[in-house]
Ligand binder design. Structure first.
Ligand code: ATP
Length: 451
């Protein structure tokens, strides 16, 4: 794998994503809707894999975290209590000449970057999308699309404590859609108006919060590295006091080296007892926790790692993307970690001859219940390998004329392009072992290296 110092070109990535069915602009046939994207047949597998890997590491492999799936629409009081109705704003300016709008804190000069015109005075713009419940558009029925998933966790804090038997320290995790009416969207999936978040609220005893904050920061960095992001492409940015969110005592952003430079991939915040205290005050319901180990009553502090699925997709794509010289051409390949790869195995009969197709279809049927498998018998085998390289498929399985005689099948590895032949009966176990990280040169009984 070549290093990532010659960074990926965003236009190439966008074009690959569209060409191969990862990501399409939303409502494309109508000219799209800015800040919204659709995940195609390959992209949808990838986001499921990312969410599954996150859920496994944050919920299933830990006995101190439980899951939740709260509704997107919530009682509007939630956003009063959380401070979003007053605080969740960005500074907006408008160019007096071309009337384009910009986020003031993202501008490098006091002149419009489009036409050099003067800006209006800054005003605060609330990022929450508003809508109405019921048929009459009256104030009483105003609701907001949630701008973050975590408020659903805070308002359910006592429900979970009372039903899950979890004791502090423990966490509640949730994945789901969030919506922000961003002033400017852009950089592909980086800043969109509709996106998915993967959030954990980890409740701790006050006084232990700083230690847990550090632990979760490390834990989350390790997660990205485990799934293939190069450590040198990650960095940590500590928010200076002046820009801390209204709820935070300390925030560290995990930054990724995107094509436009190091930008936030995930935020890890110490939100203190701000949210639970606010909800206690606004709802009149106690958020008190009785710690039966210390016989103390307190409102827990909370540490929050908050990641965006879209930004993860972009980071995994950027880190996996490679162009390698291959004879007289360039091979474009996505070196995804097997758990992130949308398709794990492609089954490719060498040609469309009837008996080859029949055997290949049998192989496909035996593998598809175990792995996300794709069957493809169009075009030349070389072009099909290229296509699978661009999808990031770790293994291609080829059925050739020899297979009909000796019941052996060729497995081609994406990264090395090396090939081994294995008995059909050993195919599934061999692929399982390779996908779990076994060295490609280890052969099952009866297997051989193809030279
Ligand atoms: P930024 O400073 O980039 O606007 P933020 O600090 O407002 O982001 P948080 O509120 O910390 O973001 O949200 C947590 C995570 O949710 C972010 O790290 C990011 O991965 C994701 N996220 C937030 N806003 C967007 C967006 N508009 N589009 C895509 N992902 C987003």
């Amino acid at each position: 794998m070549t290093d990532n110092s010659s960074k990926v070109d965003m236009d190439k990535l966008v074009s690959l994503c569209q060409r191969r069915g990862f990501i399409f602009p939303s409502s494309d046939i109508y000219g799209g809707l800015s800040g919204c994207y659709d995940f195609g047949p390959v992209g949808v597998e990838m986001i499921r894999n990312i969410k599954e890997a996150w859920w496994r590491s944050v919920v299933r492999e830990r006995d101190d975290v439980v899951g939740l799936d709260a509704s997107i629409l919530m009682n509007s009081q939630v956003w009063k209590a959380s401070g979003h109705l007053t605080e969740f704003t960005d500074p907006l300016v408008e160019c007096k000449s071309c009337h384009k709008r910009f986020r003031a804190d993202n501008l490098e000069s006091d002149k419009c970057p489009e036409c050099g015109g003067e800006f209006t005075e800054e005003r605060r713009f609330n990022l929450m999308f508003k809508t109405f419940v019921g048929p009459v558009e009256e104030d009483a029925a105003v609701v907001y699309l949630r701008p973050e998933t975590c408020q659903g966790i805070f308002v359910n804090f006592q429900n979970v404590v009372n039903t899950s038997r979890k004791r502090i320290p423990f966490g509640i995790a949730q994945m789901g859609k969030s919506f922000r009416n961003e002033i400017t969207t852009g950089n592909f999936l980086f800043r969109t108006r509709e996106f998915e978040q993967m959030e954990l609220e980890y409740f701790v005893k006050p006084g232990t919060d700083e230690e847990w904050h550090e632990k979760w920061l490390q834990e989350r960095i390790n997660w990205y590295v485990k799934y293939g992001i190069r450590r040198e492409n990650l960095d940590v940015y500590e928010h200076p006091k002046e820009i801390l969110s209204h709820y935070a005592k300390r925030t560290c952003d995990i930054m990724y080296n995107f094509p436009m430079g190091f930008e936030e991939l995930e935020g890890v915040s110490n939100r203190t007892d701000f949210d639970l205290t606010q909800h206690q005050e606004f709802s009149g319901k106690s958020m008190d926790y009785f710690d039966n180990e210390t016989n103390e009553h307190y409102i827990p502090y909370v540490v929050e790692p908050s990641a965006g699925v879209g930004r993860c997709v972009l980071a995994f794509l950027c880190d996996a993307y490679d162009e390698e010289p291959d004879k007289d051409e360039i091979r474009v390949v996505l070196h995804f970690h097997p758990d992130i790869a949308p398709i794990k195995v492609a089954v490719l009969p060498l040609s469309r001859k009837e008996n080859l197709v029949a055997m290949a279809k049998d192989v496909y049927s035996s593998l598809s219940p175990c792995f996300m498998t794709q069957y493809d018998d169009t075009q030349s085998i070389g072009r099909r390998y290229r296509r699978q390289d661009e999808l990031g498929t770790p293994y291609c399985v080829t059925v050739d004329f020899q297979s009909l005689e000796d019941n052996q099948i060729t497995i081609r590895e994406r990264d090395s392009m090396g090939q081994i032949r294995v008995p059909v009966a050993a195919l599934q176990d061999t692929l399982s072992a390779k996908l779990a990280g076994e060295d490609f040169s280890i052969l099952p009984p009866g297997g051989q290296v193809v030279r």
